[in-house]
Each structure stands twice: as C-alpha cells, then as structure tokens.
Design a binder for this molecule. Structure first.
Ligand SMILES: Cc1cc2nc3c(=O)[nH]c(=O)nc-3n(C[C@H](O)[C@H](O)[C@H](O)COP(=O)(O)OP(=O)(O)OC[C@H]3O[C@@H](n4cnc5c(N)ncnc54)[C@H](O)[C@@H]3O)c2cc1C
Length: 411
C-alpha cells in the first residue's frame, strides 16, 4: 500500500482518488474549498471514456448518469430547423458527477478547507505544506498528484512560464427550468442538443437533470453555453466588473455579474438568437459568464509529481472533453502505479501516455473554436462554420470520430 496525496478535490482529483483507493492505496485528497461544492458547474457532455473511468473507480451509474438526447438540431435566427440528424448522447452535470464520486470516497480521505501552499520532493518522497483555518500542516507521500485546476499552484511552483492563454471570447452559461418554457421551445429545441450560429458567435444547449438530479419530463432543465467575442482590455474588463465597480480578472462569481451586463445579453439574445434560445436566456434566473482560456504545458511530470486534468492541459470547451480528459489522466495514473508502483517511474510512464493526448485536445478545440474567432482573425463562410459546429462540437470521438474533418496540422 502506497501513500498518495491528491491536491484538488474536484472531478479530476476525485476520479484518481477513487481509482487508487479502490486499488488499496492510502489516498488523501486536499481541497482548499470549505463547505459544499455542489452547484459549482453546469452541464457536462458524457462520453464512453467517462463511463469506462467511472467503472474503473468501481461505479456503475450509466443508467442514472443524466438525460439522453436523440440527436442534434441547428436553428436559424427565425427559429426554423436548418439541419437535424440523429446522434444519441447522454448529458450529465458537474453536480451529478461530483455527488457520485464524492460519496464513493470515505470522508476521512477528503480534507476540505486545506490550502496547499508549497510542495517539495526529497528523500524519495514528496512533502506537502498546507494551511487550514490558520493551522499549518505537513504531509508526506510516495507520489503526489496535482489536480488543482487551470491556475495550479503546483504547476506555477515548478513551471511558472506555463500560463493560461485567453482565447479572445467568453461564454455566457446558465440553466433554465423546463417547466418555464413555452410549448414552441419544448417541442422544437428542448429534447435536442441544439445549436444557433449568429455571425462570429455560437450558442449550444442541451437538457440536463433538474434540481435533485431529477430527470423526469417536466422537471429537467436546459443548459446553454453562448460563446461571444470579447476583446482583451476594456471590453473584457467591463464584463468581469460587478455593479459596485469591483473587477475580478480571474473570473467573476456568478452572483456578481452586473445587472447591466445581464440586461444587455438578454437584449442581444432577442436580436441575434432564435426565439427558442432567446426565451431560455430570458428565463434563466442567473446567467453567468466565463472567459475562455486554454493551456498547453511543456511537461506534465516532475520526479514523483504528476500534473493532471486542467492543471496539465486545458482545451477550450468545444470538444466537451474537460472532465473525460481528466478521467483518462486518472486512469493512466492508476494503470502506471499498478505497473510500476508508486514512484517516479510510474509518473514518467503516465506522462509518456498522456502528454500527446493533452496537446491534441488543445489543438482540436482551437480548431473548433475558430468559428467564434479564427486564429487569423478571419470569419469562416457561414455554411462551413455551421457544418463544423454541429457535426464536430462535443462529439464522442470513440463513437462519432469518423466524421471529423480535423487534421493536427490544420492550425
Ligand atoms: C464554459 C465551459 C464549459 C465546459 N463544458 C464542459 C463539458 O461539456 N464537458 C466537459 O467534460 N468539460 C467541460 N468543461 C471543462 C471542465 O469543467 C473541466 O475541464 C474539468 O472540470 C476539470 O476538472 P479538474 O478537476 O481538472 O479541475 P478543477 O475543476 O478546476 O478543480 C481544481 C480543484 O483544485 C482545488 N485547488 C486549487 N488550488 C488548490 C490548492 N492550492 N490547495 C488545495 N486545493 C486547491 C480547487 O478548489 C478545485 O476544487 C467546461 C469548461 C468551461 C469553462
């Protein structure tokens, strides 16, 4: 039995902790957030690799994972369907996955309110320094897994030159109760993975479980993500500033989004989006926004320390793979520790397997995001953008990857 520390108790950290705990290791998860983490995220597209990783963690939850859609629909600005085809997919949510993974891990393995401040590798082990309510602690382990997100403290300590890169656009997100929606929206959009592509922008949406993970008809919700260009500088700053003038450069908390920005986005929705999507924007009580970043690391390991999930690579959300990628990283770490033991050799073997996968996810997502803002600043012809968006966004590459037009060298 090895001693393994995981920094970050979000989905990536919970995936790897559950797998390693199941393999009989002494796993401790250090998470800086105190109190409930539920309700943090919104919808998540599931893929076969996600389900396989849950199974490896000992969790057979396929039947209750989320809501299944039969296919996709692209609406024009008048609300007419332009393209529609079958593509069954299951849509789940951050809170559903968190609930599944968190309840599978014994509580004494999960240390909330524990902020990791520094890590050191010496004497064939890793030493981690943390603070909880002003009390300092030191932890020791055979290997350390840093799953501490896009602003990873561990990555910044070892590789400060690797920084997230702003994509040039933001995403408005939110979840609207099914019961609030008109008959038109319920019958023409709600049951589908929906798209609408105004010039230089794109909105996608899909049904997810409602409150208490209720997936019965009438009790579900519609999750949307609306990508909109926002130039770095004044425009982005205004979006990330609350009504009292406080600026949140790393991301504005959902409840702080300025009311003028909410009024503007709803007005823009009425002007630019199909009536179905505009209604969803109107009736979502608290839309929130996130600047879109990606991150490409030079390396995902150092000695006995592995970076995984968003701490290692962040692909823009268009591939819908953030959680599945973190789950695959977790699987590769668990496999490497099974093969080599909890040591630097295992961490190097993990890095060997997952480094190229991370790069490829970032590249594919940049290519997909080029309908919002292409790398050369040129807008692609509408038909090409619509086709690319509806056929390639958040597809399960294992099932539907044969349709991909993407080439690694196409950027
Ligand atoms: C607009 C948008 C849409 C998305 N849509 C999808 C989708 O459809 N499908 C999908 O799969 N993914 C999607 N994603 C991506 C997905 O949310 C992430 O890729 C995924 O959650 C990665 O999880 P993680 O565990 O690696 O990192 P995070 O969820 O960021 O977790 C990091 C954890 O580490 C903790 N932490 C940080 N520093 C410390 C420290 N010093 N000490 C202790 N704890 C610390 C944090 O509190 C946090 O809990 C989307 C992202 C965005 C922005």
């Amino acid at each position: 039995m090895a001693r393994i520390l995981v920094i970050g108790g979000s989905l990536g950290g919970l995936f790897v902790a559950n797998m390693l705990h199941r393999d009989g290791h002494d796993v401790q998860v250090l998470e800086k957030v105190k109190g409930s983490m539920n309700g943090r995220g919104a919808g998540i597209v599931s893929h076969d690799v996600l389900v396989n990783s849950l199974e490896r963690a000992g969790l057979d939850v396929q039947a209750t994972l989320g809501v299944e859609v039969p296919g996709r629909v692209l609406l024009d600005q008048s609300g007419q369907s332009l393209i529609a085809f079958d593509m069954p997919q299951v849509l789940t949510s951050w809170s559903r996955l968190y609930q599944i993974l968190r309840s599978a891990l014994p509580s004494d393995r999960y240390h909330q309110g524990t902020l990791v401040t520094r890590v050191e590798e010496r004497d064939a082990s890793v030493h981690v320094y943390s603070v909880n309510d002003g009390k300092e602690s030191t932890w020791q382990a055979d290997v350390l897994i840093a799953s501490d997100g896009i602003r990873s403290n561990v990555r910044q300590q070892f590789f400060p030159q690797i920084q997230p890169k702003y994509a040039g656009y933001i995403a408005w997100r939110g979840v609207c109760d099914e019961s609030l929606l008109s008959n038109l929206t319920q019958t023409t959009l709600f049951d589908y993975f929906g798209f609408c592509v105004p010039p230089d922008e794109q909105i996608i949406g899909y049904p997810v479980a409602g409150s208490d993970n209720d997936t019965t008809r009438g009790h579900r919700a519609y999750n949307f993500v609306w990508y909109r260009p926002a130039a770095e500088g004044d425009e982005l700053q205004a979006l990330l500033t609350d009504a009292d003038g406080v600026h949140y450069p790393q991301g504005i908390p959902p409840h702080k989004v300025a009311w003028r920005q909410l009024a503007k986005v709803r007005e823009d929705a009425r002007r630019l989006l199909s009536p179905q999507f505009a209604e969803i924007l109107e009736k979502t009580p608290q839309p929130f926004l996130q600047p879109i970043f990606d991150l490409a690391s030079d390396t995902v390991s150092v000695g006995r320390i592995a970076l995984m999930g968003d701490a290692a690579f962040v692909a823009r959300p268009h591939i819908g793979m953030g959680v599945a990628k973190a789950a695959q990283d977790a699987l590769a770490i668990a496999d490497a520790i099974r093969a080599h033991g909890a040591n630097a050799e295992a961490i190097a073997a993990y890095a060997n397997v997952r480094f190229a996968a991370g790069q490829s996810a970032v590249n594919r997502a940049r290519w997909l995001g080029s309908y919002v803002k292409s790398p050369d600043g040129q807008t692609k012809p509408m038909a090409q953008r619509e086709h690319q968006a509806i056929h390639e966004t958040a597809i399960d590459l294992g099932r539907y990857g044969h349709q991909s037009q993407f080439k690694e060298n196409s950027l």
